[in-house]
Design a protein around this ligand. Structure first.
Ligand code: PEP
Length: 254
């Protein structure tokens, strides 16, 4: 199966016009590569307009997602955006526990779990990010930390839970640095994550993603990964020539 691509715009761009022009490049990419599934994760404020643009385009292999959601469903939580609001805006996916969000809000494992449960309750597909939160430059893998991130986030899931679901392995030192983990490390960690998921009875339904400086150059090697089902792309999401090359390389994957 072709790898699925998720594009995290982070806190970019600065105006609706720029957001619309950038999104138009994703629409044209989706039209020219109908076999690839693309998900764009823009800032909240652009979701409504981009959803209109998406509906007008008629493309079906491009979806929208959000970069975070609230831990609660409604109420006195100033500044927060609920899962149901996102769903009603046309979102189908939501990032949970991105390392930048974990750090900015000092999120606990319990809070990540609450967000995850909210995403499922709202009918959003979660993309749970895990990585070496404590290590900045190492290639040694902090398995206990990864295990804790996965098992605590996935507590108390509804028993009838059957939705699409992604686990994104993002070593913190690789995000936005131009450094990627080697394929052998990514394969090893993906295998480990699958074992952790198997213990929770979730091995089959959860797709594994890799994120961390995926760009038009690093994708040439990363596309060879056997254990991952897709990529989470940050900085290169803002550069049409880069994300189009990434998609082309993935489309050429045998
Ligand atoms: C990300 O935002 O999840 C990410 C991996 O960023 P970058 O591709 O810029 O490293």
């Amino acid at each position: 199966m072709l790898k699925k691509l998720f594009f995290n715009w982070k806190m970019n761009p600065t105006s609706p016009n720029e957001a619309s022009s950038l999104f138009a490049e994703f629409v044209s990419l989706a039209q020219s590569q109908p076999q690839i599934s693309l998900v764009v994760l823009p800032p909240y404020v652009y979701l409504s307009e981009l959803n209109q643009q998406l509906q007008t385009s008629g493309v079906t292999n491009l979806k929208l997602g959000a970069q975070d959601l609230a831990r609660h469903s409604a109420g006195a939580y100033t500044g927060q955006i609920s899962g149901q609001m996102l769903k009603n805006m046309g979102c189908q996916y939501v990032l949970i526990g991105h390392s930048e969000t974990r750090e900015a809000y000092q999120l606990s494992h319990e809070q990540i779990n609450q967000k995850l449960l909210q995403s499922l309750e709202s009918g959003l597909v979660p993309i749970l990010c895990v990585g070496h939160q404590s290590d900045k430059t190492i290639t040694e893998i902090n398995y206990p930390e990864l295990s804790e991130q996965v098992t605590t986030a996935l507590q108390n899931l509804p028993t009838e839970f059957k939705t699409e679901f992604y686990l994104a392995y993002e070593p913190v030192w690789a995000i936005g640095t131009g450094k990627t983990a080697t394929n052998s490390i990514i394969e090893e960690v993906s295998q480990f994550l699958k074992q952790e998921l198997a213990k929770l009875g979730l091995a089959k339904q959860v797709g594994i993603l890799y994120g961390g400086s995926v760009d038009d150059v690093s994708i040439q090697e990363l596309v060879k990964l056997q254990q991952v089902d897709g990529f989470l792309i940050g900085g290169a999401s803002l550069k049409p020539e880069k994300f189009k090359t990434i998609a082309q390389v993935v489309a050429n994957q045998v």
